[in-house]
Ligand binder design. Structure first.
Ligand code: NAP
Ligand code: ZN
Length: 347
């Protein structure tokens, strides 16, 4: 077994702390990765605080993993020692269902093997994530990080980047389309950058005025503060696509009204409480309300290559492992600019 050291949550209420554990020895198709950086996603916080249901403690969170290949199994063909690689939100899937066969593994009908708080293929070994110095993953679930992307800034692309890239592509954001992003956090700011690069007209709908200058610097065309309820009248019927990245409950009815005829509101944010909706604003303008989960392995690779080509990287705050608990407090207060990334060398 390979010795690993990391940072884990031991209960919903305690701060995260140091944790030693083991990774499996590499099998034929496995890649051993020295983790260099790991982003902090709001999903890590929802999970370790058991906001989505009881977590299986201890939990080493982290699914925005960037690192360097340390070793490969005897039959690995896709990667070599020294390659820059990433791991996102899942480390395996059934590979046989119709969704896996169509490069839609994130929707695996058997359920994905999530990167943490889940189980490996054997169904009994808990998976542990990227707030740790090493991980072992089958080559088919490893991503290649283009060398032009610095590893610290590449890490958040593995979740925040793909979670916005996938719906922006699926709902065809591009020239002539008006796209709004609700919430300028880790996911939201990646949505802004990717939608901009795709050629869409981009609006941020934020719950305070604090991020206006940052948003304009990122290239948004319009920044709207939703505390002023008048904006919901002014913007009625304006957008083709709205993506909701908010991690808390918001009144969806207000936002449906901002869509054009046949417009779509896609939710990616996953608050702990249900979002209540009234069907009238959907029915009256044949609007759609949809959801989207991360992206497939193939799409994540496309996203990484797209970001390298367009020079898109997240805005990050690099922290040491000992600052993780403080970072969690700041994320829950919407005070992240715009993704915390842990420098794993300091673990
Ligand atoms: P984040 O960095 O905390 O960003 C969330 C943003 O939501 C905040 O920056 C804030 O933006 C806005 N917000 C927060 N509280 C609010 C409130 N009470 N009212 C209105 N707006 C509020 O979180 P994240 O890492 O981007 O993740 C966002 C959500 O997506 C989380 O629930 C996460 O679990 C989920 N997620 C889903 C997927 C998926 O595949 N679907 C993948 C990853 C994460 P403003 O200050 O601009 O308003
Ligand atoms: Zn995430």
């Amino acid at each position: 077994m390979i010795q690993a050291k990391g940072i884990a949550a031991f209960s919903a209420k305690e701060p995260l702390g140091p944790f030693s554990f083991t990774r499996r020895d590499p099998k034929e198709y496995d890649v051993v990765i020295d983790i260099k950086y790991c982003g902090i996603c709001h999903s890590d916080i929802h999970t370790v605080r058991s906001e989505w249901g009881a977590a299986n403690y201890p939990v080493v969170p982290g699914h925005e993993i960037a690192g360097v290949v340390r070793a490969v199994g005897s039959k690995v063909t896709k990667y070599e020692v020294g390659d820059h690689v990433g791991v996102g939100c899942f480390v395996d899937s059934c590979r046989e269902c119709e969704h896996c066969q169509q490069d839609l593994e994130q929707y695996c009908l058997q359920g994905i093997n999530a990167t943490y708080n889940s189980f490996e293929k054997d169904g009994k070994t808990p998976t542990q994530g990227g707030y740790s110095n090493v991980i072992v993953v089958d080559e088919n679930y490893v991503l290649r990080i283009p060398k032009s992307l610095p590893l610290d800034k590449a890490a958040p692309l593995l979740c925040a980047g793909i979670t916005l890239y996938s719906p922006l592509m699926h709902w065809k954001a591009g020239p002539g389309k008006k796209v709004a992003v609700m919430g300028l956090g880790g996911l939201g700011h990646m949505g802004v950058k990717i939608a901009r690069a795709l050629g869409a007209d981009v609006t941020v709908l934020s719950h305070s005025d604090k991020k206006r200058e940052d948003a304009l610097r990122m290239g948004v065309h319009h920044f709207v503060v939703t505390q002023d309820k008048k904006v919901f009248e002014d913007l009625e019927g304006k957008f083709d696509l709205i993506i909701n990245t908010v991690s808390a409950d918001v009144n969806m009815g207000d936002y449906f009204n901002l869509l054009k005829l046949d417009g779509s509101l896609v939710v990616v944010g996953l608050p702990d409480k249900p979002l209540s909706i009234h069907p009238f604003p959907l029915v009256l303008m044949r609007r759609s309300y949809a959801g989207s989960l991360i992206g497939s392995i193939r799409e994540t690779q496309d996203m990484l290559d797209f970001c390298a080509k367009h020079n898109i990287t997240p805005d990050i705050e690099l922290i040491t492992p000992s600052q993780v608990n403080e970072a969690y407090e700041r994320v829950t207060k919407s005070d992240v600019r715009y993704r915390f990334v842990i420098d794993i060398a300091k673990i």
